[in-house]
Design a protein around this ligand. Structure first.
Ligand code: ATR
Length: 279
């Protein structure tokens, strides 16, 4: 990779940051499009996170991605935010515009783009969606489905209070259900999304009977290590369309790259393979 003194500089802020796949994604695109730019990891201690974000314009950076645990701090540190950041009270993409800090949240966009890429015929209003989990990822996904016009969205979470809180915050058609009701809720569902850490490498598999799930329902797992989780394998074995979590990771990265470096980058198989090599 070659970059000059005139290079556009962006990166990703997190704590810890060593696990982030974002440098691999963005630097792949920088090479592919022959852009004079670089994308670096920033390990930012939570104590100094606000100051670090406020300093982005004076450091001459084009912007930053923001990951755990800084998304809420970043939201509060912005001068302006987009409607998704406003709605989710979290920022994952910072862009400097005329010296002003502009915060966006591209998680919902990344989810919808990846779902449409994998399942072009999918529409939010074709039937109920069941979302497992109630953390930050679930929040973005439920809001995205709601925005797209989903008719029913059921949230099942081990800690039911978190699912109820999401229901109260987002309103119709979001309904929390008990964790024990997750298998029954699949009856008639058109989409199921796992946003929990279950099925991730080192974690127990998601324990979920798919018997009630209609054969054409889409099964989406946001976990991408491993790419083929036990949930996706079980879905494929019974003929359901299955979507892995790598697409969301790649598509949520596009808007930031486009703003900082001026090119809307492509998410293709070569990039998928390049990221998979390092997983
Ligand atoms: P993120 O913000 O990335 O979505 P998170 O807030 O840590 O991550 O959420 C992880 C999700 O996985 C939560 O819904 C969590 O359930 P709780 O809210 O009850 O903690 C879920 N999860 C993690 N381990 C689980 C387990 N062993 N059984 C069921 N759910 C689990």
């Amino acid at each position: 990779m070659t970059f000059t003194g005139a290079a556009t500089v962006a990166g990703v802020a997190g704590w810890p940051i060593t696990h982030s796949r974002s440098p691999r994604i963005h630097n792949y695109w920088l090479r592919k499009y022959h852009i004079d730019g670089v994308y670096v990891p920033f390990a930012i201690d939570p104590d100094g996170a606000r100051e670090a974000f406020r300093a982005i314009p004076s450091l001459g950076l084009a912007g930053m991605n923001v990951t755990v645990p800084h998304k809420e701090t970043a939201y509060k540190a912005m001068d302006e935010v987009d409607r998704w950041a406003q709605r989710l009270k979290a920022v994952n993409t910072i862009v400097v515009r005329d010296g002003v800090l502009y915060g966006a949240n591209t998680d919902a966009y990344g989810f919808l783009e990846s779902l449409r890429e994998a399942q072009p015929s999918w529409r939010a209003d074709i039937g109920p969606a069941v979302v497992l989990g109630a953390g930050g990822a679930a929040r973005a996904i439920v809001a995205a489905l709601q925005d797209e016009g989903a008719t029913d969205i059921f949230i099942a979470n081990r800690t039911v209070a978190r699912a109820k809180a999401l229901q109260d915050e987002l309103g119709d058609p979001v309904r929390s259900i008990a964790w024990d009701e997750r298998a029954e809720a699949l009856d008639g569902a058109a989409l199921i999304v796992n946003t929990t850490t279950l099925g991730m490498e080192g974690q127990p598999p998601l324990d979920l009977m798919l018997d009630a799930l209609p054969p054409d329902a889409v099964v989406y797992d946001i976990v991408y290590v491993p790419l083929e989780t036990p949930l996706l394998a079980a879905a494929r074995a019974r003929g359901n369309p299955a979507v892995d979590g790598l697409g969301m990771l790649l598509h949520q990265a596009r808007p930031g790259f486009c703003d900082w470096f001026g090119t809307d980058p492509e998410v293709g198989q070569v990039l998928r393979d390049h990221v998979l090599e390092a997983l």
